[in-house]
Design a protein around this ligand. Sequence first.
Ligand SMILES: CC(C)(COP(=O)(O)OP(=O)(O)OC[C@H]1O[C@@H](n2cnc3c(N)ncnc32)[C@H](O)[C@@H]1OP(=O)(O)O)[C@@H](O)C(=O)NCCC(=O)NCCS
Length: 336
Amino acid sequence: MQITEFLPTKASQSDLEQWRDVLNAMTAEDMPNEPRWTDDRLREYLSITMPGERRLAFVARDDDRRIIGHANLLLFGGEFADAGVFEIFVRPGQRGTGAGRGLLRAIAERAREEGRTTIGVEVIATTPAVGFYDRMGFNRAVVENRNLLALTEVDWDAVGDLSGRLAAGYRLEYYTGHLPDDLVERYAATKVHLKAEPAYNTGAWRGSADAQRLKDSLATLAARGMRSHLVVAIAEAKEMVVGLTELVVAAQRPTRGDQYDTVVAPEHRSYGLGMAMKARMLCELREAEPQLVDVQTWTAREGDPMEHVDAALGFRNDVQWYEYETDVAGLLRRLG
Ligand SMILES: CC(C)(COP(=O)(O)OP(=O)(O)OC[C@H]1O[C@@H](n2cnc3c(N)ncnc32)[C@H](O)[C@@H]1OP(=O)(O)O)[C@@H](O)C(=O)NCCC(=O)NCCS
C-alpha cells in the first residue's frame, strides 16, 4: 500500500471514478440508506474552496495502484488559521490493513507543517469511524441530531399553510444561487446570531457573517456544483432581515438537500418565522428541485427550539453526528 498526495485538478477521470467508488462502497456498507455519489462536478467539488482556504487530498493505493482509501484536509484562513477539518474513507474490503492509520498520519503531518494545532472530523454515530477515532484518542466535542424528511411523506397542504402563517409586519423572500446586493449586508448581519446558537457555542461555527464572505461563500458553492436556496424573513417596519434559512443541493448527490444555518434574530422569535421559513423552503424546493428525495438538517442535542419546527414539518430524528477533534501534536505522538 502506498499513500500519496492527490491533486484533483490534475487527476485522471479514472482516478476520480475510483474516488467516487470508495465513497459509494463506504456508503453501501456503513449507511446503506444514504444516497450514492455521482462524479458530476466531482473535480470542482474536491478542488475549489473559499478564498483564503485550501483543501489538500491524499490517496491510499494497493499494489495494482487502485485507490483503496482517500482523505482530505480543509485548511481555514483568518481567525481559524490554527485549525483544519478532514475526512478519511477506506473501502470496506480493505479495512483493518493500516490504510486508515496511514491516511490519518498523512493528514496530521501535513496539518503540523501548515501550522495547525487542532484538527476535527465529523462522524456518524453508527459507523466504524467512531471506534477508529476513539482508538486514535480524539475527543467528542459536539453531538448533534440529524433529522431527515422524506419528501414523499410531506403533507403539502399543511406545509403550504404553515409557510403563510406569519405575524403581521413580516414577509418572506426566496432566492436561489445569489442574493441581491441590497440584501447581502443585512443578511450577513443576521447570520451573526448563529454564533450564539447552542449547536455552535463551542466556537465551531465558521459561517459567513460578513457581506464579502457571504458573497464568496455563495459563489464557491456554485463553483463546486452546489445549488443554494435561501429563504429570508424581513421585518417590514425597517426592512430588516430578521431570519434566514439556507439549503444546498449538490450535483454530486442531487436527491439530497442539506439544510443548515437556520436562525431568527432573538427579538423576533416566537412569531412563527422559523416554521414559516422552513415550510416555504420546502414549497420552493418542490418546484426548483423536483428530483429531491429527502432533506437533512441538524439540531443540537438538548432543547433546541428548532426540534419543534422540524417535527411539525415531518422531519424524523434518525442518527447522531459527532464532531471529534484532537490536538495535532498529541495525535502525532500517539501515531508514533
Ligand atoms: C474509520 C476507517 C477510516 C478506519 O480505516 P482502517 O483502514 O480500517 O483503519 P486501520 O486499519 O488503519 O486501523 C487503525 C487502528 O484503528 C483500529 N480501528 C479501526 N477501526 C476500528 C473500529 N471500528 N473500532 C475500533 N478500532 C478500530 C484498528 O484496530 C487499528 O488499531 P491498531 O493500529 O492499534 O492495531 C474506516 O473504517 C472507514 O473508512 N470508515 C468509514 C468512514 C466514515 O466516516 N464513514 C461514515 C461517514 S462519517
